[in-house]
Design a protein around this ligand. Structure first.
Ligand code: SF4
Ligand code: SF4
Length: 299
């Protein structure tokens, strides 16, 4: 049993061809530009969205724990009483209650994955485990990888590899392709924007390369964070050194998902992020290509 927050069908940006992407809850990083804030916490929260509520009162009547009550026109949830049954989410006619994730066991997730086997077979696609951070729930990830492997399904893991080397090795033994972000080569800057230093991440990338695993690198390209010539040069040299001629996807920054943060009651980052200018993106591509890397632009 584990916790996920979404299963996306027909995904075409999460690895090769048509894929099903399973988003795990929980992440050890706190990237200041995170576009999936609902994936950060391992815990499943229920949220009430005031402007959707039509004040029918159904959830107040039906909550089995008496955890919901009305105060000054707002529906308040008593966290002590709520047993996270999800009934308010299921019955609200206005979809004003939402859940930031759900409990799901391997069989339930596999049922969804197997519905799309025909698309994987036709397109050469498969399943991608993403998040949050899939290695944050190792038991769920390893079980899913094992079952998918037995079923002959191509397996990609989208990870920051901020995890113990032993776990990375176990995951690698069951994985066909890794999608790995490199956010910054300077450890202090990395820590400033993500909450953790980059030492363990770079070490695990070297480990995967030594194991001859296929790695597709991803750089979230953000002006004022990592798109400067010096950092791009260092990033490119690192990648070319551990895995020459690798594919690098530049994920060009786009606006923060501020409505998601509002909904979750989470504060927005105090930093201001910007999309790099066209000429800077071009320069990043050229710098990386000069190092023999195969660069693709997205975002
Ligand atoms: S069931 Fe939904 S619409 Fe009705 S009071 Fe509760 S939150 Fe509002
Ligand atoms: S999740 Fe269940 S217990 Fe919690 S508020 Fe909703 S109905 Fe009540």
């Amino acid at each position: 049993m584990g916790r996920i927050f979404a299963i996306k069908k027909y995904a075409i940006h999460d690895g090769p061809n048509i894929r099903t992407t399973v988003f795990f809850k929980g992440c050890p990083l706190r990237c200041a530009w995170c576009h999936n804030p609902e994936g950060i916490s391992l815990f499943i929260d229920r949220i009430w969205i005031k402007n959707k509520c039509i004040a029918c009162g159904q959830c107040l009547d039906e909550c089995i724990s008496g955890a919901l009550f009305l105060k000054n026109g707002e529906i308040i949830r008593d966290g002590e009483r709520c047993v996270a049954c999800g009934h308010c989410v299921d019955i609200c006619p206005a979809l004003a209650h939402e859940s930031t994730g759900r409990e799901a066991d391997v069989n339930v997730i596999m049922e969804e994955i197997k519905k799309d086997i025909v698309f994987y077979d036709q397109s050469g696609g498969g399943v991608t485990f993403s998040g949050g951070e899939p290695l944050y729930q190792p038991h769920l990830l390893l079980e899913l990888l094992t079952v998918c492997k037995k079923s002959g399904i191509h397996r990609a893991v989208d990870t920051c590899v901020h995890a113990k080397a032993e776990l990375v090795k176990d995951v690698a033994a069951l994985t066909d392709l890794f999608l790995v972000d490199i956010k910054h080569m300077d450890s202090d800057v990395h820590e400033k924007f993500t909450g953790v230093s980059n030492g363990l991440i770079l070490e695990n990338i070297r480990l995967l390369a030594r194991m001859d695993k296929e790695i597709r690198f991803r750089i979230p390209l953000i002006e004022g964070v990592n798109s400067d010539p010096e950092n791009i040069e260092k990033t490119g040299r690192f990648i070319a050194g551990v895995a020459p001629e690798s594919r690098v996807d530049l994920l060009v920054y786009h606006e923060m998902a501020s409505s998601k943060y509002d909904k979750l009651g989470m504060p927005l980052s105090p930093f201001t992020f910007r999309k790099p200018k066209g000429k800077d993106i071009k320069r990043c591509v050229e710098q990386l290509e000069r190092l023999g890397l195969r660069v693709f632009k997205g975002g």
